[in-house]
Design a protein around this ligand. Structure first.
Ligand SMILES: Nc1ncnc2c1ncn2[C@@H]1O[C@H](COP(=O)(O)OP(=O)(O)OP(=O)(O)O)[C@@H](O)[C@H]1O
Length: 697
């Protein structure tokens, strides 16, 4: 994973005395600055504290610095701040390092999956909540942290919720431990796995301070969970944000966003625009429409620079959104909700919020997870408007009526209540927490959902029949930062000697939209795609694309081209073949990261060559829970859930309609569609997954 960079060079800025003076003034003028002493006192007095303060009041950037200055990092301890999103962890760490007049990675650093900028000197560490959970696998008492700040807790991502439960447990263990005046840790014996206990024998642990923060959380609910923890409210924001609503409901929010962008561009003063959309496809189609329309404007008003930001975009491309536009050009950032909380995107004065978001949905009875587009909550709308008004007064255009806003839910339903819990259960098991149903979740997922995931993990071989983590399969699976089904696929394919192919498939499935079909060139795109298609299905088609791209790179490498030229050649090849260059690059990134993991785990990196029957059998052994049979009426029935599903038109099997398939994704729109399919022989199911399909006597 490349390191995050971009924007003006911090060192250059730091040498500039005027710039330093400006930063000092900015920091002093933040609402949080006037309550520094009070906040530090409250943290001293309370082991758990809830801080609610408006967006932009200075919580994320300032509080860790206050605590550092107040001596919370004595004895080499670290203040850890978790964020639900990678991009926030990185950009905020960069900003705070600049404010501290230090290089990123020294006093202030960030650590996210596959990218760690910290050093032994780091005392203020920004990270994703998922990363801290992984750290807990190695250090169950999180002994190097004196304070942990869980920022943007209102988002209630599944990682945040699991982390909150875990931190509560760690706090208790550390308090008991500290009372025993620094003895070793028999008091936590039984709470954690024996193997991990050894890692911290003899370490002295002081109590852990825990701070929960957000602009839009229900303080009472968090306080109750933490035994009546104190909540403090920080008043005021630095700059006002004018919020506007539409007079009429908008039937097409994408078109309404496009119109609003040009309305702002042509009628409002200088300032960049941030528009929230639901996913990569919407972003890319709007980007094209903006460019088409901008070409029709007179030259003096046509200068618009669009820059997308969504989670599957490679990190250095995400960072483009944080760069300033050149003089006279208006930057339009097209973002998903990854830019909704915590971040300050320089230049943004106008926010456009169509009020929709793509969210996970889960049916605990069938065990099926899907993605659906739904209205945002009030908390999300508030966060979105809070991205304006950070460097000066701002405006937020909500593309719905005020009466609709009033009808929105106050907060988002916690993700833990609407996702497949297999991953959570696997992580908790790896942390030595055996009683999942009895785990102190802030909001308990349904019993059915927990049981369903336990059952799934047993079927995948990650848990034994008595619900213990299996060795080595379960241990390997917990170590891989992937969905359990994908982890299982890698382990099975190593046994069946086609790990190389499966690595490609898992990487390609981890990114969005590999194929690119512009509306005006649909026929050309279809013809180009035919060149990669396998009649066996989409997985092998993806392998073909990946290998053809690798061949293109190999050719330019053989011609001794420099890396930049090789990338250019790949970009050209992608355009010619209607492949999404951004997605392909991301897939290559993911591939090299996962390859590192599987090699470390000692898995066998072999290829099945042209034996695609073997590979399809391997896909069956991995994804047997997602098998579907054709019905007499041409529809399909998902075998595990008995749901009626259709093959998505994007699949190469859309027309051939084989008897039996395995699939990777279920998308709910007007119908249940399955995507990413491979044709299989139904007899393989009982042979390769007898634990699930063996015929009853
Ligand atoms: N990268 C940056 N560039 C310029 N100004 C910044 C940057 N990061 C933060 N700031 C300034 O610091 C202010 C406080 O930011 P901070 O992220 O600490 O606020 P917050 O209270 O945590 O907001 P939120 O609840 O939205 O996360 C911003 O409003 C902005 O004025």
């Amino acid at each position: 994973m490349p390191s995050f960079s971009g924007g003006a060079s911090p060192l250059k800025q730091q040498n500039n005395a005027r710039w330093r003076q400006l930063i000092r003034q900015q920091r002093k003028s933040l609402p949080i600055a006037s309550v520094e002493k009070r906040l530090v006192d409250e943290v001293r007095k309370n082991d758990t504290l809830i801080i609610v303060g408006e967006t932009g009041s200075g919580k994320t950037t300032q509080l860790p610095q206050f605590l550092y200055d107040a001596g919370f990092c004595q004895d080499g301890k670290i203040i850890g701040i978790t964020q639900p999103r990678r991009v926030a962890a990185v950009t905020v760490a960069k900003r705070v390092a600049e404010e501290c007049n230090d290089q990123l990675g020294r006093k202030v650093g960030y650590s996210i999956r596959f990218d760690d900028s910290t050093s032994n000197a780091t005392r203020i560490k920004y990270m994703t909540d998922g990363l801290l959970l992984r750290e807990a696998l190695l250090d169950p008492l999180l002994s190097k942290y004196s304070v942990i700040v869980v920022d943007e807790a209102h988002e209630r991502t599944v990682h945040t919720d699991v982390l909150l439960g875990l931190l509560k447990k760690v706090q208790t263990s550390r308090a008991i431990h500290a009372n025993k005046n620094g003895k070793t840790l028999p008091d936590v014996q039984g709470k954690f796995q024996h193997s991990t206990l050894k890692a911290f024998q003899g370490i002295r642990c002081a109590p852990l301070k825990l701070i929960i923060m957000s602009a839009s959380l229900d303080a009472k609910c968090f306080s109750d969970y933490f035994g009546g923890a104190k909540a403090v409210h920080i008043q005021g924001r630095q700059y006002p944000v004018d919020v506007m609503y539409t007079y009429q409901p908008e039937s097409d929010y994408l078109d309404a966003t496009l119109v609003t962008i040009f309305q702002i561009h042509l009628e409002e003063g200088p300032g960049d625009i941030l528009a929230f959309l639901t996913g990569q496809e919407e972003i890319e189609s709007l980007e094209r429409l903006i460019h088409e329309r901008a070409r029709l404007l007179p030259p003096e008003s046509s200068k618009i620079w669009t820059t997308p930001i969504y989670s599957s975009l490679p990190s250095e491309q995400q960072m483009n959104a944080f760069k300033p536009a050149s003089a006279g050009t208006r930057k339009v950032v097209l973002a998903t909700n990854i830019a909704e909380t915590s971040v300050t995107i320089p230049g943004i004065k106008y926010v456009i919020d169509p009020g929709m978001v793509k969210a996970r949905a889960y049916n605990p009875v069938t065990g099926m997870e899907s993605l659906i587009v739904i209205p945002v909550s009030k908390a999300q709308a508030l966060q979105r408007s809070g991205r304006a008004g950070r460097e000066g007064p701002g405006k937020c255009f909500r593309l719905f009526q005020e009466s609709e806003f009033d009808k929105l839910a106050d907060s988002t339903v916690p993700e833990i209540k609407r996702c497949n819990l297999a991953n959570v259960v696997l992580q908790l098991k790896a942390l030595g927490i055996d009683d999942i149903i009895g785990f102190d979740f802030m909001e308990k997922p349904s019993r059915t959902a927990i049981l369903k995931s336990l059952e799934q993990l047993i079927l995948l071989g990650a848990l034994t029949d008595d619900y213990k983590l299996s060795n080595p399969v379960g241990l390997h699976m917990a170590r891989l930062p992937l969905d359990p089904m994908y982890s299982k696929a890698l382990i099975v394919s190593s046994e069946l000697k086609c790990l190389e192919e499966m690595l490609i498939v898992v990487s390609m499935l981890s990114v969005e939209s590999i194929f690119f079909s512009p509306r005006e060139k649909l026929d050309e795109a279809r013809t180009a795609r035919k060149g990669f298609e396998s009649s066996e299905g989409d997985h092998i088609t993806l392998v073909n694309v990946y290998r053809a791209a690798a061949e293109c790179l190999e050719k330019s490498k053989n011609a001794n081209a420099k890396e930049k030229t090789m990338e250019k050649a790949l970009n050209r090849w992608c355009r010619e073949n209607f492949i999404n260059y951004r997605s392909l690059r991301h897939a290559r990134d993911v591939h090299s990261q996962i390859q590192g993991h599987v090699q470390q785990m000692g898995l066998n990196l072999s290829s099945c060559g042209d034996d695609m029957i073997l590979f399809r059998r391997c896909l069956t052994a991995a994804f047997f829970l997602n098998a579907a049979m054709r019905q007499p009426d041409g529809s399909y029935r998902a075998l595990a859930t008995s749901q009626s599903v259709q093959i998505h038109p994007s699949s190469v099997l859309f027309r051939t309609k084989p008897d039996c398939v395995i699939f990777n994704e279920l998308v709910r729109t007007t119908q249940n569609y399955v995507k990413n399919l491979t044709r299989i022989d139904p007899l393989w199911l009982a042979e390769l997954a007898p634990q699930y399909y063996a015929a009853e006597d």
